[in-house]
Design a protein around this ligand. Structure first.
Ligand SMILES: Nc1ncnc2c1ncn2[C@@H]1O[C@H](COP(=O)(O)OP(=O)(O)OP(=O)(O)O)[C@@H](O)[C@H]1O
Ligand SMILES: [Mg+2]
Length: 287
């Protein structure tokens, strides 16, 4: 990869007790790009992301930030460089949205100066951008799933790190809020040069928003590169075991994955009538 990479993994092995999930993985996260990780449930996406954010200690190999092992870097220093939104974060009991978001500023605060204008500005902006300002005084555990997700995103934004790791940031969000969050991520990337790594399940959103796409299966990287280069029906079949066709997205031209036909009841024995969708799909005049 020609681009530089602040965040890399070197023969990274990740395991829970004696169950190895990721085995000797090498990885370079391109700086100033949006990287999206896709892959089936339980293939190790969250495990990898947690290791990149030092929430999980490698069993072998290392994650390096600017060439230094994460394990050798003080936590505050890491927290000023890397923000991580886990897949299922747990809020402290009774915490309000405003307090949750302001926790994102902790790594920046000094004991002799706990609250600065920069903190104020980062928090206000994060809440504004995520539409959580009007929820400021609400307890997080009383919010809807989507409101809560946006509060967590606001906290990650308030942390204002150069590298942002987001594990399924669009979960629980309706389609408009999904697009809003992904557009926000892209805006942070394009305008401020932030490096983003996001896990997404929606392949079409992944293809739209990723500069660099990583397809994982069973803890390994099956393919990586620009979506236009790697997203094919063969890849979708290899990674997800799903039959599909890949066509150009009518709006952006990016690859659009369309799964093959939905299940249909088998036609009655002895009847030659074509199934509804096949009939509908037949060229005009042949029905
Ligand atoms: N804390 C844990 N202790 C033990 N095993 C775990 C733990 N967390 C995850 N695993 C296991 O590790 C494997 C990878 O899990 P991981 O959460 O990384 O998958 P994922 O790719 O993020 O899946 P999903 O798409 O469902 O979020 C799974 O088999 C899971 O059961
Ligand atoms: Mg996960």
């Amino acid at each position: 990869m020609s681009r530089t990479s602040r965040l890399t993994a070197n023969r990274l092995t990740l395991a829970y007790e004696d169950r190895t999930i990721v085995d000797q993985l090498d990885l370079e996260i391109p700086d100033g790009r949006v990287t999206v990780i896709i892959g089936p449930n339980a293939c190790g996406k969250s495990t990898l992301l947690r290791a990149l954010g030092r929430l999980l200690r490698p069993q072998g190999g290392a994650v390096l930030l600017d060439g230094t092992e994460l394990a050798r870097i003080p936590s505050r220093q890491i927290a000023r460089a890397i923000g991580l939104l886990p897949q299922t974060p747990v809020p402290p009991e009774g915490i309000t949205v405003a307090d949750l978001v302001s926790r994102g500023r902790h790594p920046h605060q000094k004991w002799w100066q706990q609250w600065t204008e920069a903190d104020e500005k980062a928090i206000g902006e994060a809440m504004e951008r995520t539409g959580t300002a009007e929820l400021a005084d609400r307890p997080v555990d009383e919010l809807s799933g989507g409101q809560r997700q946006r509060a967590w995103i606001a906290m990650a934004l308030a942390q204002d790190t150069e590298i942002l790791l987001l594990d399924e940031p669009t979960t629980y969000l309706d389609i408009a809020h999904q697009v809003e969050v992904l557009d926000l991520v892209r805006q942070l990337n394009r305008e401020r040069g932030r490096t983003v790594v996001a896990v997404l399940h929606d392949l079409n959103q992944a293809a739209r928003y990723a500069d660099h796409l990583i397809a994982m299966k069973a803890g390994r990287i099956v393919a990586q590169g620009p979506p236009a280069d790697i997203v094919t029906a063969d890849l979708v079949h290899e990674v997800f075991g799903l039959a599909s066709v890949v066509v150009p997205d009518p709006v952006t031209g990016d690859p659009l994955v369309v799964p093959s036909r939905p299940w249909q009841p088998p036609s009655e024995p002895g009847t030659a009538t074509p199934r509804a969708t096949e009939r509908d799909a037949a060229p005009a005049g042949q029905a």
